[in-house]
Design a protein around this ligand. Structure first.
Ligand code: FPP
Ligand code: MG
Length: 293
Protein backbone atom coordinates (compact mmCIF):
# COMPACT_ATOMS: atom_id res chain seq x y z
CA UNK A 1 0.00 0.00 0.00
CA UNK A 2 1.48 3.30 -1.10
CA UNK A 3 1.13 6.67 0.56
CA UNK A 4 -1.98 8.59 -0.54
CA UNK A 5 -1.28 10.15 -3.95
CA UNK A 6 -1.19 13.78 -2.86
CA UNK A 7 1.43 12.98 -0.26
CA UNK A 8 3.83 12.37 -3.09
CA UNK A 9 3.94 16.16 -3.42
CA UNK A 10 4.89 16.59 0.28
CA UNK A 11 7.42 13.81 0.01
CA UNK A 12 9.14 15.45 -2.94
CA UNK A 13 9.39 18.75 -1.09
CA UNK A 14 10.80 16.94 1.94
CA UNK A 15 13.43 15.16 -0.21
CA UNK A 16 14.57 18.46 -1.73
CA UNK A 17 14.73 20.18 1.66
CA UNK A 18 16.61 17.25 3.27
CA UNK A 19 19.20 17.53 0.53
CA UNK A 20 19.62 21.28 1.09
CA UNK A 21 19.77 20.99 4.88
CA UNK A 22 22.42 18.24 4.99
CA UNK A 23 26.10 19.07 4.45
CA UNK A 24 27.26 17.94 1.01
CA UNK A 25 29.38 14.80 0.78
CA UNK A 26 32.51 16.70 -0.16
CA UNK A 27 32.39 18.93 2.92
CA UNK A 28 35.22 17.88 5.27
CA UNK A 29 35.35 15.39 6.75
CA UNK A 30 33.60 13.57 3.86
CA UNK A 31 33.21 10.10 5.49
CA UNK A 32 30.73 11.35 8.09
CA UNK A 33 28.70 13.30 5.55
CA UNK A 34 28.63 10.28 3.24
CA UNK A 35 27.28 8.11 6.06
CA UNK A 36 24.67 10.69 7.16
CA UNK A 37 23.44 11.10 3.59
CA UNK A 38 23.48 7.37 2.94
CA UNK A 39 21.08 6.69 5.80
CA UNK A 40 18.85 9.73 5.26
CA UNK A 41 18.45 8.88 1.57
CA UNK A 42 18.12 5.10 2.00
CA UNK A 43 14.39 5.34 1.23
CA UNK A 44 12.31 6.22 4.29
CA UNK A 45 8.61 6.95 3.92
CA UNK A 46 9.06 10.45 5.49
CA UNK A 47 6.02 9.95 7.72
CA UNK A 48 7.17 12.30 10.49
CA UNK A 49 8.01 15.28 8.24
CA UNK A 50 4.76 14.82 6.33
CA UNK A 51 2.77 14.72 9.57
CA UNK A 52 4.53 17.91 10.65
CA UNK A 53 3.73 19.70 7.37
CA UNK A 54 0.11 18.55 7.40
CA UNK A 55 -0.36 19.70 11.00
CA UNK A 56 1.01 23.11 10.01
CA UNK A 57 -1.34 23.19 7.01
CA UNK A 58 -4.41 23.10 9.28
CA UNK A 59 -3.42 26.45 10.78
CA UNK A 60 -1.35 28.14 8.07
CA UNK A 61 -2.06 28.81 4.39
CA UNK A 62 1.40 27.65 3.31
CA UNK A 63 3.17 24.93 5.34
CA UNK A 64 6.35 25.11 3.24
CA UNK A 65 8.31 27.34 5.63
CA UNK A 66 7.97 24.51 8.18
CA UNK A 67 10.24 22.28 6.06
CA UNK A 68 13.36 22.79 8.24
CA UNK A 69 11.32 21.64 11.26
CA UNK A 70 9.90 18.70 9.30
CA UNK A 71 13.41 17.69 8.17
CA UNK A 72 14.82 17.98 11.69
CA UNK A 73 12.33 15.30 12.74
CA UNK A 74 13.52 13.03 9.95
CA UNK A 75 17.15 13.59 11.01
CA UNK A 76 16.30 12.52 14.55
CA UNK A 77 14.30 9.53 13.29
CA UNK A 78 17.20 8.45 11.05
CA UNK A 79 19.68 8.80 13.92
CA UNK A 80 17.45 6.54 16.01
CA UNK A 81 17.33 3.89 13.28
CA UNK A 82 21.12 3.97 12.80
CA UNK A 83 21.71 3.50 16.53
CA UNK A 84 18.87 0.97 16.92
CA UNK A 85 20.55 -1.22 14.28
CA UNK A 86 23.99 -1.20 15.96
CA UNK A 87 25.37 -4.53 17.24
CA UNK A 88 25.02 -3.31 20.85
CA UNK A 89 21.30 -2.65 20.35
CA UNK A 90 19.16 -4.62 17.88
CA UNK A 91 22.12 -5.75 15.74
CA UNK A 92 20.59 -5.60 12.26
CA UNK A 93 22.16 -5.81 8.81
CA UNK A 94 19.24 -4.51 6.78
CA UNK A 95 17.32 -1.24 6.94
CA UNK A 96 15.16 0.46 4.34
CA UNK A 97 16.14 -2.37 1.99
CA UNK A 98 19.85 -1.59 2.21
CA UNK A 99 22.82 -2.57 4.40
CA UNK A 100 22.60 -0.74 7.73
CA UNK A 101 24.89 2.24 8.32
CA UNK A 102 27.40 0.28 10.42
CA UNK A 103 27.51 -2.54 7.85
CA UNK A 104 28.35 -0.05 5.14
CA UNK A 105 30.65 2.38 6.98
CA UNK A 106 31.74 0.57 10.15
CA UNK A 107 30.54 0.97 13.69
CA UNK A 108 32.53 4.05 14.65
CA UNK A 109 31.26 6.07 11.70
CA UNK A 110 27.68 4.86 12.23
CA UNK A 111 27.70 5.94 15.89
CA UNK A 112 29.05 9.34 14.89
CA UNK A 113 26.61 9.69 11.99
CA UNK A 114 23.74 9.16 14.44
CA UNK A 115 25.21 11.70 16.86
CA UNK A 116 25.72 14.16 14.02
CA UNK A 117 22.15 13.83 12.71
CA UNK A 118 20.75 14.46 16.19
CA UNK A 119 22.92 17.54 16.58
CA UNK A 120 22.16 18.82 13.08
CA UNK A 121 18.45 18.55 13.82
CA UNK A 122 18.73 21.08 16.62
CA UNK A 123 20.92 23.40 14.55
CA UNK A 124 18.20 23.46 11.89
CA UNK A 125 15.39 23.89 14.45
CA UNK A 126 17.21 26.85 15.97
CA UNK A 127 17.18 28.55 12.57
CA UNK A 128 13.55 27.76 11.68
CA UNK A 129 11.70 30.79 10.28
CA UNK A 130 9.15 31.25 13.03
CA UNK A 131 8.65 33.70 15.88
CA UNK A 132 11.30 33.07 18.61
CA UNK A 133 8.88 32.04 21.39
CA UNK A 134 7.35 29.40 19.10
CA UNK A 135 10.79 28.29 17.95
CA UNK A 136 11.84 27.69 21.56
CA UNK A 137 8.58 25.81 22.25
CA UNK A 138 9.24 23.59 19.21
CA UNK A 139 12.83 22.89 20.29
CA UNK A 140 11.71 22.02 23.79
CA UNK A 141 8.97 19.71 22.53
CA UNK A 142 11.27 17.85 20.16
CA UNK A 143 14.11 17.58 22.68
CA UNK A 144 11.79 16.14 25.34
CA UNK A 145 10.30 13.66 22.85
CA UNK A 146 13.78 12.42 21.92
CA UNK A 147 14.86 12.20 25.56
CA UNK A 148 14.61 9.86 28.52
CA UNK A 149 11.45 10.90 30.42
CA UNK A 150 8.59 9.38 28.40
CA UNK A 151 10.73 9.98 25.33
CA UNK A 152 12.45 7.93 22.67
CA UNK A 153 15.65 7.08 24.54
CA UNK A 154 13.67 6.13 27.65
CA UNK A 155 11.43 3.87 25.58
CA UNK A 156 14.42 2.31 23.89
CA UNK A 157 16.01 1.49 27.26
CA UNK A 158 12.78 -0.10 28.49
CA UNK A 159 12.48 -2.01 25.19
CA UNK A 160 15.97 -3.49 25.69
CA UNK A 161 15.26 -4.29 29.33
CA UNK A 162 12.00 -6.05 28.45
CA UNK A 163 13.65 -8.47 26.01
CA UNK A 164 12.99 -12.07 26.94
CA UNK A 165 10.77 -11.14 29.90
CA UNK A 166 7.04 -11.40 30.50
CA UNK A 167 5.90 -7.81 30.94
CA UNK A 168 2.72 -6.13 32.13
CA UNK A 169 0.42 -4.40 29.60
CA UNK A 170 1.24 -1.03 31.24
CA UNK A 171 4.94 -1.52 30.53
CA UNK A 172 4.25 -2.45 26.92
CA UNK A 173 2.14 0.68 26.57
CA UNK A 174 4.93 2.78 28.12
CA UNK A 175 7.50 1.33 25.68
CA UNK A 176 5.38 2.01 22.60
CA UNK A 177 4.33 5.48 23.66
CA UNK A 178 7.89 6.44 24.49
CA UNK A 179 10.08 4.83 21.85
CA UNK A 180 7.79 5.59 18.90
CA UNK A 181 4.73 7.71 19.69
CA UNK A 182 6.72 10.50 21.39
CA UNK A 183 8.54 11.56 18.21
CA UNK A 184 5.43 11.20 16.06
CA UNK A 185 3.47 13.28 18.59
CA UNK A 186 6.24 15.90 18.59
CA UNK A 187 6.06 16.05 14.78
CA UNK A 188 2.39 17.05 15.01
CA UNK A 189 2.85 19.43 17.93
CA UNK A 190 5.81 21.09 16.18
CA UNK A 191 3.79 21.53 12.99
CA UNK A 192 0.84 22.98 14.91
CA UNK A 193 3.11 25.36 16.85
CA UNK A 194 4.78 26.43 13.63
CA UNK A 195 1.43 27.05 11.96
CA UNK A 196 0.33 29.36 14.79
CA UNK A 197 -2.20 27.04 16.49
CA UNK A 198 -3.81 28.12 19.78
CA UNK A 199 -2.94 26.29 22.99
CA UNK A 200 -6.16 24.24 22.79
CA UNK A 201 -5.43 23.27 19.18
CA UNK A 202 -1.86 22.28 20.04
CA UNK A 203 -3.26 19.98 22.75
CA UNK A 204 -5.70 18.48 20.27
CA UNK A 205 -2.88 17.72 17.83
CA UNK A 206 -0.88 16.30 20.73
CA UNK A 207 -3.67 13.82 21.52
CA UNK A 208 -4.01 12.97 17.83
CA UNK A 209 -0.23 12.41 17.64
CA UNK A 210 -0.08 10.32 20.77
CA UNK A 211 -2.75 7.91 19.57
CA UNK A 212 -1.65 7.68 15.96
CA UNK A 213 1.96 7.23 17.10
CA UNK A 214 0.95 4.45 19.45
CA UNK A 215 -1.11 2.80 16.72
CA UNK A 216 1.90 3.14 14.41
CA UNK A 217 4.09 1.00 16.68
CA UNK A 218 1.33 -1.60 17.22
CA UNK A 219 1.10 -1.88 13.41
CA UNK A 220 4.90 -2.06 13.21
CA UNK A 221 4.75 -5.06 15.60
CA UNK A 222 2.04 -6.72 13.50
CA UNK A 223 3.96 -6.20 10.25
CA UNK A 224 7.08 -7.75 11.79
CA UNK A 225 5.03 -10.96 12.15
CA UNK A 226 3.01 -10.81 8.93
CA UNK A 227 5.27 -9.34 6.26
CA UNK A 228 8.47 -10.45 4.53
CA UNK A 229 11.86 -8.80 4.91
CA UNK A 230 11.62 -7.75 1.26
CA UNK A 231 8.34 -5.91 1.89
CA UNK A 232 9.59 -4.24 5.07
CA UNK A 233 13.12 -3.41 3.93
CA UNK A 234 14.34 -4.76 7.29
CA UNK A 235 14.69 -8.20 8.82
CA UNK A 236 11.17 -9.58 9.41
CA UNK A 237 10.36 -11.87 12.34
CA UNK A 238 13.05 -10.22 14.41
CA UNK A 239 10.82 -9.36 17.38
CA UNK A 240 9.99 -12.97 18.08
CA UNK A 241 13.59 -14.06 17.50
CA UNK A 242 14.79 -11.48 20.05
CA UNK A 243 11.81 -12.15 22.32
CA UNK A 244 10.75 -8.51 22.20
CA UNK A 245 7.79 -7.09 24.10
CA UNK A 246 5.17 -6.59 21.37
CA UNK A 247 1.40 -6.37 20.99
CA UNK A 248 1.08 -9.62 19.00
CA UNK A 249 3.18 -11.40 21.66
CA UNK A 250 0.96 -10.15 24.47
CA UNK A 251 -2.47 -10.04 22.82
CA UNK A 252 -2.24 -12.08 19.60
CA UNK A 253 -2.59 -10.73 16.06
CA UNK A 254 -6.33 -10.28 15.87
CA UNK A 255 -6.68 -8.32 19.10
CA UNK A 256 -3.62 -6.25 18.16
CA UNK A 257 -5.23 -5.33 14.83
CA UNK A 258 -8.38 -4.28 16.64
CA UNK A 259 -6.39 -2.20 19.13
CA UNK A 260 -4.53 -0.41 16.34
CA UNK A 261 -7.80 0.33 14.55
CA UNK A 262 -9.37 1.68 17.77
CA UNK A 263 -6.39 3.93 18.43
CA UNK A 264 -6.64 5.20 14.84
CA UNK A 265 -10.33 5.99 15.30
CA UNK A 266 -9.64 7.78 18.58
CA UNK A 267 -6.89 9.81 16.91
CA UNK A 268 -9.03 10.82 13.95
CA UNK A 269 -11.89 11.93 16.23
CA UNK A 270 -9.59 14.72 17.50
CA UNK A 271 -9.62 16.24 14.02
CA UNK A 272 -13.37 16.77 13.80
CA UNK A 273 -13.28 20.55 14.55
CA UNK A 274 -11.10 21.14 11.50
CA UNK A 275 -13.36 19.64 8.83
CA UNK A 276 -11.81 19.64 5.37
CA UNK A 277 -8.72 21.53 6.55
CA UNK A 278 -7.60 18.28 8.20
CA UNK A 279 -8.57 16.10 5.21
CA UNK A 280 -5.01 15.16 4.37
CA UNK A 281 -4.06 14.45 7.96
CA UNK A 282 -7.11 12.23 8.33
CA UNK A 283 -6.20 10.31 5.19
CA UNK A 284 -2.63 9.96 6.37
CA UNK A 285 -3.83 8.58 9.72
CA UNK A 286 -5.96 5.99 7.92
CA UNK A 287 -2.97 5.00 5.83
CA UNK A 288 -0.76 4.59 8.90
CA UNK A 289 -3.16 2.08 10.44
CA UNK A 290 -3.73 0.12 7.21
CA UNK A 291 -0.17 0.21 5.83
CA UNK A 292 1.63 -3.02 4.89
CA UNK A 293 5.19 -1.71 5.22
C1 FPP B 1 10.08 2.64 11.76
O1 FPP B 1 9.62 3.87 11.23
C2 FPP B 1 10.55 2.94 13.13
C3 FPP B 1 9.83 2.80 14.25
C4 FPP B 1 8.52 2.13 14.25
C5 FPP B 1 10.37 3.32 15.54
C6 FPP B 1 11.09 2.32 16.37
C7 FPP B 1 11.80 3.01 17.46
C8 FPP B 1 13.13 3.11 17.51
C9 FPP B 1 13.98 2.45 16.48
C10 FPP B 1 13.72 3.91 18.63
C11 FPP B 1 15.20 3.85 18.63
C12 FPP B 1 15.72 4.78 19.64
C13 FPP B 1 17.03 4.96 19.91
C14 FPP B 1 17.39 5.99 20.88
C15 FPP B 1 18.12 4.16 19.29
P1 FPP B 1 9.17 4.01 9.73
O2 FPP B 1 8.28 2.88 9.34
O3 FPP B 1 8.63 5.41 9.56
O4 FPP B 1 10.55 3.86 8.95
P2 FPP B 1 11.00 4.53 7.55
O5 FPP B 1 11.45 5.92 7.88
O6 FPP B 1 12.15 3.66 7.11
O7 FPP B 1 9.85 4.52 6.59
MG1 MG C 1 14.71 -1.64 18.59
Amino acid sequence: MKLPVFFEEDRREVETALDLLLPREDVPPPPIHRAMRYSVFAGGKRIRPILCLEAARIFAEDPKPALPVACALEFIHTYSLIHDDLPALDNDDLRRGKPTCHKKFGEATAILAGDALLTLAFERLAAAPVEPARRVAIIREVAAAAGTVNGMVGGQVADLEAEGKAIAPEMLEYIHKSKTAALIRASLVAGALFGGASEADVERLRRFGQNIGWAFQVVDDILDVEESSAALGKTAGKDQAQRKATYPALYGLEKSRQMAADLGTRAISELSPYGERAGRLRELAEFLVLRRA
